[in-house]
Structures are given as C-alpha cells and as structure tokens.
Design a protein around this ligand. Sequence first.
Ligand code: ZN
Length: 115
Amino acid sequence: MQTKYVTTNTIGLVNKVIVHTDCWFLPPRVQAITISKKRILMKSKEINYLILAHELVHIQQFKSIKFFLIKYIWEFLLNGKGVANKFEYAAYSTQQWTHDNTVTTVSLILTNPSA
Ligand SMILES: [Zn+2]
C-alpha cells in the first residue's frame, strides 16, 4: 500500500484527499472504495484518474449528506452497487462524463505529505 496526497478541483469543489494505492487486499471486482470524507483506497499501483473521478463523487456525498455511510449501506442493500443505487448513479454519471469527453474533470496537484 502506498499513500499519495492529492489536491483536486472538481467543478470548483476543492478537495484534499488521501489516496492509498496498491490496495491488493480489496475484494475481487472492487477497484476502489471511499472510506471517509478524505480517504480513498484504490487497487491499482498508480492513481487511476477515471476511478478517482468516481470516488470524488462519494467524497462529496460523505461531506454533504448526513449519516452518509448508513444511508449508503441501506441503498446498497436495496439496490446493489450498480446504477440502480442512487449514490452510485451519481458517481458513474461523473465517471462516464469524464470518459466520454476524454477530458479530465479533475485537475490535480500531487502534494508533498509534509507540506
Ligand atoms: Zn461508487
């Protein structure tokens, strides 16, 4: 596991996030998971920016929705982790948009952890 500090600007929303890459222990078919308002676990060795765009939507959900984790788990139990899940729909929409336009929605500054 490696730790990378990333400053992102997604449509004017500035986030400082910590991305742990090379998270080999994530379950099969899970490429990344957002675990708090500022922390993402990612399976790939380097940051996958398409996946990061998706996870940043979950970061925003963590920040703006009260009891997000509980609501997410409820939604997951009802509708799974695909686009039927309203929280995932929002995240996949952003990821798709990023992909379709072949322009990144995230501008990134890799920062030194000591900064
Ligand atoms: Zn997601």
